[in-house]
Design a protein around this ligand. Structure first.
Ligand SMILES: Cc1cc2nc3c(=O)[nH]c(=O)nc-3n(C[C@H](O)[C@H](O)[C@H](O)COP(=O)(O)OP(=O)(O)OC[C@H]3O[C@@H](n4cnc5c(N)ncnc54)[C@H](O)[C@@H]3O)c2cc1C
Length: 333
């Protein structure tokens, strides 16, 4: 039987650079590997990995495995599965960490099935049981109304981790580690799908997932216009981004790309304004990890006030422009 050792992070690249989730996974992985007194490894898959291998070492990995192949340019399940399966079987990590991202959501269950192990998705916290050396996994349950703490005895233990749930380690370019080209033996006959076209989401301004401030509007705004005026004005002032609950996206008031919640994006900004949003659990599932939630709603009984740190009961038409005006004055010094 294989001796399972170490923690393996599945790195992700975005436009040839290390995606922010990778640094977050390495920050968490480093902590777990130190608690286990074992190594931290990172797998990077792509057609041109370049300096990203050095970066993962700088963010805490002891070994970076670089799997480069022209067919690995974009994430494609059947190609990536072959690489993932080969590396995990070769190095037998005790724990495998992926992001709760487009790739992780798709690849992790496939890999877990292939390895005959379990998977805990969307984890918010991970630690090591010092007695058993097993991962203790905290993840949302009941539509994010509660958190459950799990473990499993099947190895390797596999998890996906929510974006922004973990802090990256401080980047240290003087860190030393090993970069290992991982020769993959890819069988093209096992690939059943291919990407015909990739359409890039048109991003105007700061990306929702990276925004330190999100000004999010709900159905109570009544139409598309306040998103482009009242909310955008506040977001621009705070160098933030505008988001929405699901009804504005369903109604076509805003792009589907800015819909936050269980079926939309999961965000964790420093400040989250929830404006004319009732606070249904399917919405708060996407924003409850925000550092500070500020709710503005005309209904004092709205559930969002239970989630919020600060709340203003009032009509958004009056409260938001007054808030923007005051903040502008304060920021002007
Ligand atoms: C399977 C499933 C998945 C779902 N996924 C998501 C998801 O990912 N994201 C999501 O958001 N929802 C999701 N939903 C829908 C969710 O259940 C709620 O219906 C939705 O979040 C409600 O959006 P809302 O708060 O904008 O609208 P409402 O619930 O209609 O609330 C509008 C709020 O605006 C307030 N308001 C009205 N006028 C004003 C004013 N002038 N000034 C201030 N306040 C005002 C009202 O008091 C009210 O609280 C999902 C539902 C299901 C069943």
């Amino acid at each position: 039987m294989a001796e399972y050792k170490g923690v393996l992070v599945f790195g992700e690249l975005a436009d040839g650079k290390l995606a922010s989730i990778t640094a977050e996974l390495l920050g968490c992985g480093r902590r777990l590997a130190d608690d286990l007194h074992e190594g931290l490894f990172c797998l990077l898959i792509g057609d041109a990995i370049g300096g990203a291998s050095e970066e993962v070492i700088a963010f805490g990995a002891d070994k970076a495995y670089a799997a480069e192949h022209p067919s690995l340019k974009e994430y494609e399940a059947d190609w990536y599965m072959q690489v993932a399966d080969q590396l995990v079987k070769e190095i037998s990590p005790r724990a495998v960490l992926m992001g709760q991202t487009f790739m992780g959501r798709d690849l992790a269950p496939r890999l877990a099935f292939r390895l005959g192990t379990g998977l805990a998705t969307d984890c918010l916290d991970l630690s090591v049981d010092p007695q058993t050396k097993l991962l203790i996994q905290t993840r949302p349950v009941y539509g994010s109304n509660a958190q459950g703490v799990f473990t499993s005895e099947l190895l390797p233990q596999m998890v996906t981790v929510r974006s922004k749930a973990m802090s990256p380690s401080e980047r240290d370019d003087s860190r030393k580690g090993e970069i290992i080209p991982f020769e993959v033996d890819i069988d093209a006959s096992k690939v059943r799908t291919k990407t015909l076209e990739t359409v890039k989401e048109e991003a105007v301004g700061i990306k929702l997932e990276d925004a330190p401030v999100i000004v999010c509007g709900g159905r109570g705004l009544g139409g598309p216009e306040p998103f482009q005026t009242t909310l955008k004005e506040l977001a621009d002032l705070l160098h933030g981004a505008v988001g929405a609950s699901r009804p504005p996206a369903d109604n076509g008031w805003v792009s589907e790309a800015v819909h936050i919640g269980l079926t939309g994006k999961i965000v964790a900004p420093d400040v989250y304004f929830a404006i004319a949003i009732s606070g249904a659990s399917q919405h708060t599932a996407g924003c409850s990890s925000s550092k500070h939630i500020i709710a503005i709603n005309k209904d004092p009984e709205a559930n969002i006030f239970r989630e919020a740190e600060f709340g203003v009961v009032g009509k958004y038409e009056e409260v938001v422009p007054a808030l923007t005006k005051k903040l502008r004055e304060l920021l002007a010094g």
